[in-house]
Design a protein around this ligand. Structure first.
Ligand SMILES: [Mg+2]
Length: 331
């Protein structure tokens, strides 16, 4: 009698284990082998259930704090001011040594333009950032200014002989083959509205310009500034200002480790300077602006190969969320 009862209990336990494995299978199969669901569950006990119905809207919710930080915090303003103040300090030191035909390359989005309202409008919706919706935002010319940017630009134009080039991955026109410059015109208008002087289609260099076939790399546009194709004069780029590592080197490998290594290897160019260091050996100096909303730092979280996908655009919202969670450290 007792043995039968033990056997019954064992069979029930076995059946329960098999059922649990079957129920868990769809989630573990869709997740990458390297993703530790144990860790994900430890961070958020509801995650393993909620990820099964994780939509674009849920993904958008995760941007709320980053957007709040940019739009409301005094700390964001202070960080942006600090970046531009450091840029000006370095610029003044560079002007004291003689450099021929100096130029500064500035990114636009989240470096000069604050586009946070575009991203904030997606919160609470199933909408995601697309080329179409982004281009509509560009044409609306509603971007605001990053704190300190306009003052820095106008200082360079007013008080120095340094030439400014705005090099952005905004499209000049879309698609590139189209016979139009509507997006470039809107971008120039937006800059003028914010109080930027001396802005023309010569010093605003957008995606499509100086392209090499399908290669639309930013580096090609920076090369055009250096070798004289941009405005007919060769330049020495002394400062590069942006919110993304790709504004400084487009060939940085998109892995978390390679990105950190790039920064560590270039620490002097990111401001780890000695007071008597020869700045000429460090040109261009890099000035970084904070952007917690998006960037290549986010793309680096998504290792598409772990889900047998070619790139992060092919990942589902569930997979993206799992990789975001999995990147966190709990130790
Ligand atoms: Mg940018």
């Amino acid at each position: 009698m007792k043995i039968t009862k033990i056997l019954d209990t064992t069979i029930i336990c076995l059946l329960f284990s098999i059922c649990s494995l079957i129920l868990a299978y769809p989630l573990t199969a869709s997740a990458a082998p390297n993703i530790s669901l144990e860790k994900v569950s430890a961070l958020n006990p509801q995650t393993t259930e909620s990820t099964q119905s994780f939509s674009q809207r849920d993904l958008n919710q995760e941007s709320i704090l980053a957007l709040d930080w940019v739009q409301t915090s005094a700390e964001y303003r202070a960080s942006a001011y600090q970046s531009y103040s450091f840029a000006r300090l370095i610029l003044d030191r560079l002007l004291a040594i003689s450099i021929d035909h100096p130029a500064i390359v500035l990114d636009l989005d989240e470096t000069v333009f604050d586009n946070s309202p575009y991203y904030a409008a997606m919160v609470g919706t199933e909408l995601k950032n697309t080329t179409q919706s982004w281009n509509q935002w560009v044409k609306a010319k509603k971007a605001k200014a990053v704190p300190g940017a306009i003052e820095f630009i106008n200082y360079v134009n007013r008080a120095t002989n340094v030439k400014l080039f705005f090099i952005s991955n905004r499209y000049e026109k879309y698609p590139c083959q189209r016979n139009s410059q509507d997006l470039e015109i809107a971008t120039i208008d937006n800059l003028k509205q914010l109080g930027v002087a001396n802005v023309t289609d010569e010093n605003v260099i957008l995606r499509c310009e100086f392209a090499n076939g399908d290669n639309l790399s930013k580096q090609l546009r920076i090369d055009a500034v250096i070798d004289g194709r941009a405005d007919g004069e060769k330049h020495n780029v002394i400062l590069a200002i942006g919110d993304n590592l790709l504004d400084f080197a487009e060939d940085v490998d998109l892995t978390l480790e390679a990105r950190k290594e790039f920064v560590d290897n270039n620490a002097s160019r990111f401001g780890q300077l000695n007071s008597n260091q020869d700045l000429r050996s460090l040109l261009p100096i890099f000035i970084i602006l904070p952007n917690p909303i998006y960037g290549s730092w986010e793309s680096a979280l998504y290792q598409a190969k772990e889900f047998e996908r070619n790139n992060s655009d092919e990942l589902t919202t569930i997979q993206k969320n799992l990789q975001r969670l999995n990147a966190l450290s709990i130790e």
